[in-house]
Design a protein around this ligand. Structure first.
Ligand SMILES: Cc1cc2nc3c(=O)[nH]c(=O)nc-3n(C[C@H](O)[C@H](O)[C@H](O)COP(=O)(O)O)c2cc1C
Length: 373
């Protein structure tokens, strides 16, 4: 299973785990894969706390961090966070906030206590991601940084590479993969439409080999729909240097997902997801529920762009998370189509070992088809 990219990073298995949960990130790296912490929801100060914790729990293993600097967003170019936030707030129509508030009230989701006000502007602008990068580069065990939703700016690419780390970016088409390659990044993650979170329209089976061909010899990691070792084998068979996974780590024992939300995920089928702009402003795959349906109707407000829509919905994300037992019909539940196969809670280590065993079984099945010479 050792690909060249594994060797470059010093990891045993070509299995990469995107997660917002530090326990999962550390456990995946400990088990021989590479845990990648999603930084978007953390301020630079909170991120420092999370990374310090991982450093202390990951032993001598490497790990990664994922940031989000979109190629296009409202307010782009403004690097002063306060000015950017004020400019964006002024651009939000009252009707959007009222509609979101009414949806939660109609579903009986309580308000947040005043001291817990939600952060509206997350790390998904150059202004807010910049301080995160500074934080990341202070942690030597972080060996890889990935960027979502666009090619990272040239100065960010240079800063990460000059520090001796690998920098990569996600894409949903060969067109965007070529843009990444032109920017000189070290690896590319090709995410098929079936994946959880922000995702394009092309299925993994078609996308992965297209991207591998478009950017060769740059290593490509395959994402979108991977939940078994046979799917890891398929990714490698199609030319990828590793499997980049996200959804399957939401239901592991170590994941800090509220229990009612975990139950919803464990019972969902592969037909229950939808690509919706209703939470973040960009198409994102999540479980369909009353919230996604309400924002999708003709007679309701059209979701705003990024990062405006999340400034409208930040309060709802926090409330539905905090009062999870009352909010399953309107919760933000990003996950991919593989959710239909996520039916039991396993510890990270067991899931990793299962992926490796299933990979070996798949390879043996194929070998048995080849007559001996
Ligand atoms: C809950 C969730 C949140 C995600 N957030 C991000 C993110 O902030 N940045 C990012 O690069 N990818 C994000 N992704 C996408 C993952 O990095 C990964 O590409 C995707 O989950 C792969 O498809 P899969 O879900 O079928 O495994 C997210 C995925 C999920 C499930």
């Amino acid at each position: 299973m050792q690909t060249e990219f594994c060797k470059q990073l010093g990891i045993e298995f070509p299995i990469f785990a995107f997660t917002h949960c530090r326990d999962v990130a550390a456990a995946v790296s400990q088990a021989g894969g590479l845990g990648v912490l999603g930084a978007v929801g953390f301020s630079a100060e909170q991120l420092e706390v999370e990374l310090k914790w991982i450093d202390e729990h990951v032993g001598d293993k490497p790990y990664g961090v994922d940031i989000v600097i979109p190629g296009k967003y409202a307010g782009q170019g403004e690097l002063d966070v306060e000015k950017l936030e004020a400019q964006l707030r002024a651009a939000i129509p009252d009707g959007h906030r009222e509609f979101a508030a009414k949806l939660l009230a109609d579903h009986g989701v309580p308000e947040l206590p005043p001291e817990e006000k939600a952060r509206e502007l997350l790390g998904w602008t150059a202004a807010t991601a910049g301080p995160q990068v500074e934080t990341i580069l202070k942690h030597p065990k972080v060996r890889l940084v990935a960027n979502a939703l666009g090619t990272p700016p040239a100065d960010v690419v240079k800063e990460i590479q000059d520090s001796g780390r690998l920098v990569g970016a996600l894409c949903g088409s060969a067109y965007h993969a070529r843009k990444h390659a032109e920017a000189g990044i070290d690896f590319i993650i090709a995410q098929g439409t079936e994946g959880g979170g922000h995702t394009g329209e092309i299925g993994s089976m078609v996308l992965w080999p297209e991207v591998v061909k478009a950017v060769a010899p740059i290593p490509v990691l395959a994402a979108g729909g991977i939940g078994t070792g046979a799917q890891v084998a398929a990714a490698l068979a199609l030319g990828a240097q590793g499997a980049w996974t996200g959804s399957i780590w939401l239901t592991v024992a170590e994941a800090e997902v509220p229990p009612p939300q975990k139950e919803t995920l464990l019972h969902a089928s592969s037909r229950d997801t939808v690509r919706s702009r209703s939470w973040t402003g960009k198409p994102c795959r999540m479980l369909r529920n009353d919230w996604t349906e309400a924002w999708g109707r003709e007679d309701t407000p059209d979701p705003l762009g990024m990062p405006l829509q999340f400034m409208v919905t930040a309060d709802a994300v926090s409330r539905t998370h905090r009062y999870s037992n009352k909010a399953q019909d309107v919760v933000f539940n990003p996950v991919g189509q593989i959710v239909g196969s996520m039916n039991e809670v396993e510890p990270v280590r067991d899931l990793m070992l299962r992926l490796v065993e299933e990979y070996l079984e798949a390879v043996e099945r194929l070998e048995a088809l080849t007559p001996e010479v």
